[in-house]
Design a protein around this ligand. Sequence first.
Ligand SMILES: *Cc1c(COP(=O)(O)O)cnc(C)c1O
Length: 343
Amino acid sequence: MNFSSDTSAPAHPLIMEAVAAANRGMAASYGADAWCEAARAAIAAVFETDVEVWLTASGTAANALALSVICPPTGAVLCHEQAHVERDERGAPEFFTGGAKLQLLSGAHGKIDPAALAGRLASDRPGSVHQVPAAALSLSNLTESGAAYSPAEMRVLTDAAKAGGLLVHLDGARFANAVAGTGASPAELTWKSGVDVLSFGATKNGALGVEAIILFGEARQRIGELRERAKRGGHMPPKMRYLGAQLTAYLADGLWLDLAAHANATAAKLAEVLVSEGAAQLAAPVDGNEIFAVLPAETLRRLQQAGALFAPWEGGVHRFVASWATRAEDVDALRACLGARRD
Ligand SMILES: *Cc1c(COP(=O)(O)O)cnc(C)c1O
């Protein structure tokens, strides 16, 4: 019963096989190999548009590098107060942008409240040398509370951002779960909804370790700067073929969406058991593979005694995560552990 995190899950066998298959003979380095080329083509096909792509080994690197090409050192990145870029990246976005300021907005379940964004944008004074002007908006889908933005919800925020001249970044560490959860297409959840740059996660959903920075539309012109910044920041691994091989296998035959659909369906079952057998109260909608719940003391005690792994969150909430590798038996074990309450 390990529901601690999708980062605790192993890599999917098909991805391991692809890495092993790429491990034959000589190949071009620094992203000029056939596997990275195949990954770029697969991404363009999945997102139904021309893209530029850079691969990194962590989501923090992807977010920080992505923001560094859309926000100058003298600008601000507007993000949710719970955003990973704010809470969990040890200042990497500020470091990689050369000092851009993160400015925090509120809203339920990790989604930015459109009124909060409008209020912040209205306070910008073009021409004032003193203020930090908003230059970028960063959204997360899934959000940090496990909720999913629909394309329409994103559009409200990105339209306001575009009207203010901002570029839009999407932190998609769990993008696959958002696609599987909303039923919207990858295109609808990104460039068709105003996203210029996507951090496309794969690690949490079955890769060994790869995330893609994807530039859409006019932002594609920033690929040269992105490469330079990646190199300067130490994110140009020489044997990039192994990153390309992972991503190619991840996207082949819809594997990524199958894995996310399994994770989401398992999370839905898990949530149902926690609520029905454990009298838990959900603190946020379960739109993807994460559950945030308030647990009665007895439920907490039983789960801890049974050795179930899950994470304490803020405000007395606990987080449970299902991954591609979470088994039906894990959910059954949880049900058995909590069902015993009534005996
Ligand atoms: C996990 C996660 C990341 C990436 O984290 P790394 O540990 O650096 O790979 C980014 N954003 C969100 C919302 C995440 O949950």
